[in-house]
Design a protein around this ligand. Structure first.
Ligand code: QZP
Length: 398
């Protein structure tokens, strides 16, 4: 027997300033309402429980990415830039670019960066801690990725200040065409031109991730016209995400001094600490899939072509899955958190992000006994990212 229940609806704007400032109440409402909730404002299907978010993430056959992972449906609307070969593609087209990038960004390939990144983190932390107070967003969360990642890709020095605004726009562009998108729109042609120029073979240093992508094209693992778009994926997805991931873990420790003490006693917890911060804050809050054909989620049929909005942040705090979900706790096992996605599209850059976090936290743990916020932390609103504008703090050093 199939039971037909009325589909719950909600008219909240998940991309409005109230929800972006603090999405907790919306998340709880959506999780409680049912496995699927129809969002009347955008005509999309929200999924906020862990079980169903995870199920949608791993089912690439029924929930396609090639129609876009933002609100815009590429079946009917022209995307703002050529679709990503990784993010906005399904098998089989997705697979060759993915295989190439997994190799270049995999744990084995990153070993050559480890020592240098730890040294850079140490030097940066030394300089920042020389100040009595600092803003951890620009001074650490932005400064560290910007010191190591563009060099690792192999782009030139000129114009790197475009990376964060470009990423901020790209992540806003997964949402609706609201003020966040419109305010940045005039700069987008210039930012896009700059990013596209960095993706050319001639623009890239001989020994970076970018050159390795071009070398894969030379071997025939991808085609030469795919190479620049794969480089573009690094420049789009690799900066703002790690900035706000690092900001999340710094905020976590500034507000949970006992957990910082625990990390200093047990440095082996460093990697789990970053994963737990990604669960707890979910720097990537949401993205979409498109129902390939009529598809059921928890008793609701999503019509083919319908957009599904997956609330990673809500899933990562679903009390059906996590004990005391709102607590940042190094004693829990955060594996299974969906902040990096899950399944075939799961973040291909996660080893890069984890290495950045390990380097920065290790440098801080060597010297800092306690972080204290010295003023109100301020959020940066973005349609996709749970981001920070400012985290004013003081660090007590040993
Ligand atoms: C952004 C790309 C959370 C994801 C939406 C992050 C992301 C991944 C890939 C790309 C952009 O390939 O451009």
């Amino acid at each position: 027997m199939t039971e037909t229940l009325a589909l719950p609806t909600d008219d909240t704007d998940p991309f409005g300033p109230e929800a972006l400032e603090d999405p907790a109440e919306l998340h709880a409402t959506l999780r409680e309402a049912g496995p699927v909730v129809y969002l009347t404002r955008y005509g999309v299907y929200a999924v906020a429980r862990y079980k169903h978010v995870r199920a949608a993430l791993v089912d690439w056959q029924d929930f396609q990415s090639a129609a876009g992972v933002g609100l815009s449906n590429f079946r009917y609307e022209r995307p703002w830039r050529a679709p990503s070969l990784l993010l906005e593609a399904d098998p089989p087209h997705h697979d060759a670019p993915r295989r190439v990038l997994s190799g270049i960004l995999g744990p084995r390939a990153l070993r050559r960066l480890r020592e240098q990144w730890f040294a850079v983190a140490d030097e940066l932390v030394g300089r920042v801690l020389a100040e009595p107070e600092f803003d951890a967003v620009p001074a650490l969360a932005e400064a560290f990725p910007l010191r190591v990642f563009p060099d690792a890709v192999g782009i030139g020095r000129e114009g790197r200040e475009n990376l964060l605004p470009y990423g901020d726009f790209a992540f806003n562009a997964f949402g609706p065409g609201n003020d966040l998108v419109n305010r940045a729109a005039p700069d987008v042609p210039r930012l896009s031109r700059w990013v596209d120029r960095q993706c050319a073979r001639e623009a890239l240093a001989a020994d970076g991730f970018g050159a390795r992508i071009w070398a894969a094209a030379d071997r025939g693992d991808i085609t030469p016209d795919q190479a620049p778009l794969v480089v573009r994926s690094l420049l789009t997805a690799g900066v703002d995400t790690t900035v706000h991931g690092l900001a999340a873990v710094l905020y976590a420790f500034a507000t949970n001094p006992g957990q910082w003490q625990r990390l200093r006693e047990r440095p082996a917890l460093t990697r789990a600490a970053f994963d737990e911060a990604v669960r707890w804050q979910s720097p990537v809050q949401t993205f979409f899939r498109t129902a390939t054909t009529d598809t059921r989620i928890g008793g609701t049929t999503i019509p083919g072509g319908g957009k599904i909005l997956m609330f990673l942040g809500a899933a990562n705090r679903d009390p059906r899955r996590w004990d005391r979900p709102d607590e940042f706790d190094l004693d829990r096992d955060p594996s299974g958190q969906v902040g990096f996605g899950m399944g075939l599209h799961q973040c291909v850059g996660q080893h890069v992000a984890r290495l950045e976090a390990e380097a920065l936290l290790t440098a801080l743990a060597h010297r800092v006994t306690r972080f204290e916020l010295t003023g109100p932390p301020r959020r940066h609103h973005n349609n996709t990212l749970r981001a920070w504008e400012s985290l004013p703090m003081r660090a007590r050093v040993a």
